[in-house]
Design a protein around this ligand. Structure first.
Ligand SMILES: Nc1ncnc2c1ncn2[C@@H]1O[C@H](COP(=O)(O)OP(=O)(O)O)[C@@H](O)[C@H]1O
Ligand SMILES: [Mg+2]
Length: 386
């Protein structure tokens, strides 16, 4: 049965503030409650920063919801410092247990749980437009990186159009650890998860933006990713609020932007690059997918059906690296549909398999340059309002 917001509020009335005799709901500390299926997110507002108390309260809230509502509920609890709210109560007197003179002047949002704590490099694969081969590139890049012996993760954040379950031919539901964390699946040497494994895309279609971003946040935080050299994120297509929020929630090491050579796709790719620059995420470069067509019976022929070198020239124009061109080959589509990405081809015979190996090497190289020259990307914590 679907979980109701009121059930959650009632459960939280069982959580008492450790320094008083009132519960969190009575103290008006719970904000931004969103419930969708088994995903529950809310914020605990506090009058001042207190990491120890925050952890205790989060743990107690978790326990109460698992005990009184649903033992399988997946929670994303954030804490936030909200001085003005508590100052307004009871004529500005310290209405809050433990609240005293140590008030800070400015309202400050608190750091949420760390995203991907054991991951060295987080790479977002993005495109302005859908259907340009973003997932194909993400999947082959992840497998290409794993081919080098690296530990690699792949997260499909495209809730409305998840394609990784098909591209990996894996549809089983992930297991959950004793600590209620999801365990990623593993195939072709890549640890992966997709929203498509947990949420029915038809149902997700009606989700509003904030619901999508909070579900994606859970996917990053409530998963046992372990220690990884690379994490590849397949972002949803476009440069709207959802993409922007994901990009700002994760301390991305860099972004790979996928485009086809057509003008319409290039315009959107330019917007994609601009989005990352706006939020100070280094753009590792642009990949040109479907750069030219290779007929299966004439593997040495090249037909530039969508135009020639469009993405390469765009990269040059906007001062971004060009990471490589992937041919349009029937085998790429077939391998995507059959669950074995083309870069896993044993003999690397096809042009596209070779192109993906080259792409992976270029990404490794650009990451090395980026990590040498620039500091880690700062994450901006955005408050998600329901
Ligand atoms: N280089 C390519 N050659 C042949 N087919 C491709 C190529 N790139 C992508 N495709 C096919 O095009 C379709 C859309 O690709 P996909 O990666 O799902 O795009 P996106 O994630 O951008 O929506 C898929 O069927 C995929 O197999
Ligand atoms: Mg896709």
């Amino acid at each position: 049965m679907a979980i109701k917001k009121q059930q959650i509020r009632t459960a939280l009335t069982h959580v008492m503030h450790p320094q008083g005799d009132k519960d969190l709901v009575t103290l008006n500390m719970i904000e931004d409650l969103v419930v969708q299926d088994k995903f529950i997110t809310f914020t605990i507002d506090l009058p001042e920063k207190n990491p120890k108390l925050e952890n205790t309260l989060k743990e107690k809230c978790r326990e109460a919801i698992h005990k009184f509502v649903d033992k399988d509920a997946v929670l994303d609890i954030t804490t936030a410092v909200n001085i003005s709210k508590f100052n307004k109560q009871e004529n500005g007197k310290a209405a809050f247990p433990g609240q005293g003179h140590r008030q800070k002047k400015q309202q400050k949002r608190d750091e949420p749980e760390e995203v991907f704590p054991g991951v060295d490099n987080i790479i977002a694969v993005a495109s302005g437009k859908g259907g340009v081969g973003k997932s194909t590139v993400a999947v082959n890049l992840a497998c290409g990186l794993a081919r080098t012996g690296a530990k690699v993760g792949l997260l499909d954040t495209d809730i409305y159009g998840p394609s990784i379950p098909t591209m990996f031919d894996s549809h089983e539901r992930p297991n959950i650890t004793a600590h209620k964390k999801l365990i990623p699946l593993k195939k072709h040497g890549v640890h992966f998860l997709s929203m498509g494994l947990l949420v029915d895309p038809d149902q997700a279609m009606i989700w509003r933006g904030p619901m999508v971003t909070s579900a994606v946040k859970q996917f990053m935080q409530e998963v046992e990713w372990g220690e990884l050299d690379y994490m590849v994120l397949d972002l949803p297509p476009g440069t709207g609020d959802v993409q922007l929020t994901i990009v700002q929630t994760v301390p991305l090491t860099g972004a790979v932007v996928v485009s086809t050579p057509q003008t319409v796709a290039l315009d959107d790719a330019r917007k994609g690059v601009a989005m990352f620059k706006k939020v100070n995420v280094p753009v590792l470069g642009i990949v040109e997918n479907m750069a030219y067509f290779v007929p299966p019976d004439m593997p040495d022929k090249k037909y530039h059906i969508f135009g020639k070198h469009g993405a390469r020239e765009l990269a040059k124009r906007i001062g971004t690296n060009f990471l490589g061109e992937i041919p349009l080959e029937q085998s790429v589509r077939e391998s995507g549909d059959s669950g074995k990405p083309i870069v896993m081809e044993e003999d690397l015979k096809s042009k596209s398999a070779q192109a993906f190996v080259e792409l992976s090497n270029n990404v490794i190289q650009q990451l090395a340059i980026r990590n040498k020259e620039q500091a880690a990307t700062e994450k901006i914590d955005i408050k998600i309002k329901p």
